[in-house]
Ligand binder design. Structure first.
Ligand code: BG6
Length: 478
């Protein structure tokens, strides 16, 4: 194993930056998510209780986030102290193009990201930039219906091009879209989609996904012209689906569930839709606006690496009535009787990481990159400035053991490991601070009340030591 492995942390703009100062940034889809169960639900135009109609009454945790817009200097200093050599963050589209339709990016907004990249570079940290992490300007949702409209492709490209030009020589790793497959589970978050009653939901979701795929390919095309050394990644919410039993019908059900994620990376990595896609459209009775030019762009501009988030495996059965279900990333899956969620909100499956790494590498034979993994838990407690999170240390240790096996025993080229929510942030699914991922504790409660101070958890010191041993000592095992 070489020492150029990227050990790092990851956050997103919408979950951290906040907009306390009411700077020019306008609202994105994520900003209007309230802290209740409607976050993940379909948004219907005619629903009087939809999140647009109740906006003035709702509490919006993103408005404060963890105020990263004002604390980024200290936070990046902390990341340096942690010893990581890479940091993933996302750029807020609405901070640069508040309505999404401006001709050029806002200078003050751009300066903020320049400062971030500069600081990371000064510390020798490799920036990994996500261009769209669950964000689209509200104006584009109201005017065009979000990603269900082809017009949004060019507006996104204008934004993406401005960012890539700005960081032509200081950023190498780019992720145009976070977890594209999420559009099938949480379409408002994934694509700003709003539905009419009785419309074909899948049609709108796949259409929006197609436009995102085209936008992704065009970003790769333009990016490679700006700097041929740029490296682009698809990004999928991964986690192999296991069959509930060895029954062939259950195995098939598990395959079908995996398709919901892999279809998108198939297009991004291979450059074409999988063969079953035509049948999928037919059986679901929809036709999509896919032109020959689109297919050519997809084919000509594939990604360089396969990045993914991994939180847990999933589990499917042909007949699932009466079987216990449990939340996983973006949807509900069958509870796997062999896995526990005693210390985490979702089920904990370290071996699933090795299985998923193998699944993706065998399928695509491109370098893989774990750009999100971590334990989301409500167990963290700040007592006298300390957080004793032994469960997080155990989680990391177990996952690193499997990661090492995948690298050493299976020979998988892994670019790096970026711990999700390395600094506590607002959870996507719950909108709460109390579902915590970080090795850095942020003193804010679910109402975003508190000192906003940062505290190092026990896991901070453990992760620090582990990385040092890996980078300096080249330690081979977890
Ligand atoms: C991924 C997202 O889906 O999972 C992150 O890319 C998110 O933005 C993470 O925070 C964990 O999900 P949650 O719902 O616990 O925040």
């Amino acid at each position: 194993m070489t020492n150029d492995f990227l050990w790092g942390g990851a956050i997103s703009a919408a979950q951290t930056e906040g907009n306390k100062d009411k700077v020019k940034k306008q609202l994105s889809n994520f900003d209007i998510l309230p802290m209740d169960s409607r976050r993940l639900q379909l948004v219907y135009k005619d629903d009087s209780n939809n999140i647009f109609n109740t906006y003035n009454k709702d509490h919006h945790p993103s408005e404060h986030g963890i105020d990263f817009y004002n604390t980024y200097e200290d936070d990046i200093d902390l990341m340096h102290e942690l010893g990581i050599n890479s940091f993933r963050f996302s750029i807020s589209w609405t901070r640069l193009f508040p309505t999404g339709e401006e001709e050029s990016p806002d200078k003050e907004g751009m300066k903020f990201y320049q400062e971030i990249v500069k600081r990371l570079r000064n510390y020798g940290m490799e920036p990994v930039v996500t261009l769209s992490h669950f964000e689209i300007p509200i104006n584009l949702i109201k005017k065009y219906g979000g990603w269900s409209n082809r017009k949004v492709i060019n507006l996104y490209i204008r934004y993406a091009t401005a960012v890539m030009k700005e960081f032509a020589s200081s950023v190498k790793y780019w992720i145009p879209f976070n977890e594209m497959n999420m559009i099938l589970h949480i379409p408002f978050i994934g694509g700003g989609l709003i539905f009419d009653r009785n419309e074909n939901i899948l049609q709108r979701e796949y259409q929006a996904a197609h436009y995102q795929l085209v936008a992704n390919a065009l970003t790769v095309e333009i990016g490679k012209k700006i700097n041929p050394k740029f490296q682009f990644g698809c990004m999928l919410a991964a986690g192999r689906t296991y069959p509930y039993t060895p029954k062939p019908e259950d195995v098939w059900a598990a395959n079908l569930n995996d398709r919901n994620a892999l279809l998108f990376s198939d297009v991004q990595v291979r450059g074409n839709y999988p063969t079953y896609f035509e049948y999928l459209c037919k059986t679901n009775k929809f036709q999509l606006d896919i032109t020959n030019d689109d297919l050519k762009v997809l084919n000509d501009n594939t990604v360089d690496f396969v990045s993914f988030s991994y939180y847990s495996s999933a589990c499917s059965a042909a007949e699932s009535d009466g079987l216990e279900r449990i939340a996983t990333n973006g949807y509900q899956t069958l509870k796997n009787p062999y896995l526990s969620n005693e210390t985490s909100v979702w089920q904990n499956d370290p071996i699933g990481l090795r299985i998923t790494l193998n699944q993706l590498y065998e399928r695509y034979e491109k370098p893989v990159f774990i750009v999100e993994n971590g334990i989301g838990t409500t167990k963290d407690e700040l007592v006298s400035g300390q957080v004793h999170d032994s469960y997080r240390i155990e989680y990391l240790r177990n996952h690193f053991e499997e990661l090492n096996k995948a690298r050493k025993e299976d020979g998988i080229p892994v670019i790096g490991y970026l711990m999700w929510g390395v600094i506590d942030l607002v959870s996507v699914s719950e909108g709460k601070m109390s579902k915590r991922y970080g090795v850095v504790y942020v003193d804010l409660d679910d109402k975003e009340q508190g000192s906003n101070k940062r505290y190092k958890k026990d896991s901070f010191y453990w992760y620090h030591d582990y990385i040092q041993q890996q980078l300096v000592g080249g330690r081979e095992n977890g």
